[in-house]
Each structure stands twice: as C-alpha cells, then as structure tokens.
Design a binder for this molecule. Sequence first.
Ligand code: ARG
Length: 546
Amino acid sequence: MLLECSNNAMGLWSKIKGKGTEFKGPQPVGQAIMKNLPPSEMIESCSVAGPGFVNVVLSKNWMAKNIQKMLVDGIETWAPKLRVKKAVVDFSSPNIAKEMHVGHLRSTIIGDSLARMLEFSNVEVLRRNHVGDWGTQFGMLIEYLFEKFPNSEDANETAIGELQEFYRRSKNRFDSDPAFKERAQQAVVRLQSGEPKYHEAWAQICEISRKEFDKVYKRLRVDLEEKGESFYNPYIPGVIDELSKQGLVEESQGARVIFIEGVNIPLIIVKSDGGFNYASTDLAALWYRLNEEKAEWIIYVTDVGQQLHFDMVFSAAKRAGWLSADDSTYPKASHVGFGLVLGEDGKRLRTRFSEVVRLVDLLDEAKNRSKAVLIERGKDKEWTEEELEQTAEAVGYGAAKYFDLKNNRLTNYTFSFDQMLNDKGNTAVYLLYAHARICSIIRKSGKDIEELKKTGSLVLDHADERALGLHLLHFSEVIEEALTNLLPNVVCEYLYNLSEYFTRFYSNCQVVGSAEETSRLLLCEATATVMRKCFHLLGIVPVYKI
Ligand code: ARG
C-alpha cells in the first residue's frame, strides 16, 4: 500500500554521522523527515520502519481524483515535461540500391517509438531518414544503367526490376571488365561535378529505391523525412574548414584526421585521395542539425556495430564546442545502439530475410497468420471483410513491433513467428486482446462512459483497485524514464504489468452489476486509455473488438 519507501534517512545518516549531530542514528533521522513533511492532500499517512525506511502511504482520494482528472482532461495531461524543445531522430536510414535488412527494420521500429515518445512529450521532432544515397557505387550503377538503357526513357521501374539484382549485376560488370570499371570511375567524377545527365540517372536510381522503402514505411505506418547523405555534401568543405581553423584537424598518411582521446585510430574526415566519407558527412549533418535546424538533442538509431563511429563523431563535436561536454546538458547527441536479430538456428536472420521484398514478406506472414487465427475463431462470419483485414494487420504488425521492442535493445533476440504471435504471455497479441476485452466490458455494461466520466466518481477502496490505480499513476514517470535512457522496452514492461494488475483487479472485483459499478467502469476506462497510449507510443494500432 505504499507509493514510496525511501531510504534517504540511511544515506543522510552516513553523511552526518560523527560530525557532531544531535541525531543518534538513522531511525531518528527518519522520524525527523516524517515530522517535517509538509502537510499535503497527497499523503494519507507516513511511518518509519526498521533502521530508517520512511514509508509514505498515498491518499486514495488524491489518487482517485487524479485518475479521474486524466479521464476528463485527456491523457496528454500526463505527458512528461522535458527540458528539450526540438530533437532530431535519425533512424531507419537504409542504403540506396542495397538491401534494407532486418537491422534497418529494427532501426525503423525503435526510432519511430522514440520519436513518438518525444512527440507525446511536446518535443518537436525531425524524423530523419539519413539514406545512403552517395558514394562511389553510384558510378557503377549509372554506367550500367546507360549500358542497359541507352534510351533513358526506357529505364523505368519495371524494366530495371529488383534494384539489388541490378546492383549485383553492375558489380559483376565492374569486377570483370576493366573498361567498364574505368567508365564507372569517370561517372563518379561526372556525377560529383554535377553533370545533368549523370545527376538525372542518379536521381532515377534513388527514386526506385525510395518507392521500395516507402512500401515498408506505409505498412508500418512510420513517418520519415528523407535527407540523405547527398544533402549534406555542400556543407562538408565549410565544416572541415571550421574544424581546421580550430586546430582539430591533422595530417596523417596523406589523409586529414581528427584524433580522439582514448581511441588509437583517428577519425578520418578527408581520405588520402581527397574524397569525403561517412564521417565527413556525419560531421556536416551534425553541424547542420545543430546550427540550421536548431535541434538540441540528436538521436541516432543504428546497430551497435556503429557505436565507435558515433562515439568518435560526438567526441570531435565536443572538442569543437558544438555539443555540451557534459551529457546531462543540451545540446547533446545520443547513439541508440541495438543488437542482432537471430534466426531459430542461432545465426543472423539477415541470411533469410535479407532484402526489401523479404521484409515485406515477413510482415505479410505475420498478418496472414493473425488472419488465419481470427477466421478459426469465426470472426469472418461476424465481421466485415474490412474489419477482418484491419484487425489482422493491427495484430500481425503490432506483434512484430512488440516482439522487437520488448527486449532491451542491446540484446540480440531470436525471431520466431510462434512466440511472436502467441496469445498468452508477453506479446502484443495478448495485450491487444486484453485491451479489446476491457472495451467489451464497458460496452456490455450499456452505460455511456463519457457521461460517467463527468457525473460518476472513482473510488479506490479494494486493495486491487488501489494497486491498479497506483500503477496507472506511474505512467508519466515511466515514459520519462524510457526517454531518458532511450529504452522503449521500459514502456513494454509497464504495459504488460498494467495488464497483470488489471487481471488481478478484474478477477477479484465484480464490475458490471456491482454496487461499485460506476467507479469500476471508470477504472476500466482509465486502464484502456493508458494501454492505448502505450500502444500508440510503441507504434501499435489498438483493436477494440476481438
Ligand atoms: N545508412 C547507414 C547504414 O545503413 C545508417 C545511417 C545512420 N545514420 C547516420 N547519420 N550515420 O548503416
């Protein structure tokens, strides 16, 4: 029955002990804390236990009043208040003409969830797709395009077909024919000098990739704004100049580099052939985001393999004074790393679902399996075709997202359709069904819940009502914690526990037809509201009927 059990008294005691204090031990310190707590309608009672634990029991009236206020004023009033106003989330970011692998899918799901949490917290978020749309491979792709389609109008999506296949074939050409290789190298130079014909071919290739990527984003309902690597090209020379003027750039084996304390390889920002690289682009992008876009928090979502790259870029930016030296103040940059998705054989999943099409297949399968279960349960006779499709999609895609998000992002996880779509245990299927059941309790009561919110009152007398209420009231700080540590799994855990608290409440407290019906219906509605917000923050579409 306690909200807070604080061990501050013990901590304080260890600080003042032996320093001429009037207190005789942690117990009296606890007593003093208790006596000096300002009177508050929040607190029902307070006591000191054991060696100095200060236990505070929250007032059930205060709890009930706050939950009801949320029901009336909306869950937005429970949004965390952050110090930051504008953020960039750099996520998904696949590479043109290359595979959009499962790693990019993870980045898409995790990044979208973080962006949603920030947006909910009233932060303006720039959702950036930093696609790899620049580099030497374009010379080869462009040359191959010219060779296959001498007449540029013929080079459309259907003719080119699968872009990865196109990439593979042009790479073969590049590796086996020296004359082609020579032309491809020339093509890079001509592209970089802005020759229209080359620029058009490049844009054409990017457009085809973009259409493929968009299919995945559309399915997942993820919003992204593309500003690819090429966007930052014009800014690179100026940024390198600025860093050079600050004396950060040194010469090393013909390349220009920045040395980072504690790392034995330097960050190369101009290659020995004078060309720019991934790091030059990231420095320019960081500069742009801070200075042009005025973002205060810049978050990058990629696999852990890129950790060192980002550590080095951030260290360079700190040396340049772009970022605060101390990570607890803004402007700051954070790398959100994640582990691998493994197949049931324990190896990387990327061998089986490595391409764009396969990613789409993965989502299709999740949806089809959910649909089959719904049909098995006779829903095709009960519902319209549209309802069936929408529910299958919400459950299937939701399951795929939740299965990814529920793990601490740094751990590798094993992909399994059976586990992902299990309707028992910690899965989206279970949680979506739980939500739909709560909605059906409210519906079946025949009461107008909007009316009850205004006229009824919430009371938390039963221990299980109180426990559920207390968990609901933790919502805001849980979201804040998830954001502080950039860990969506914290929200999953909260959501799963919420469904457990609800189950306990529902098995021990009769709702419909009881004397407490109004209050308990309100508690059901509050639970459903918070669950829906959690689904929303995880990018999952809720279902209301099952
Ligand atoms: N395109 C990169 C990749 O596929 C990810 C880009 C991440 N963002 C960034 N600003 N470097 O690995």
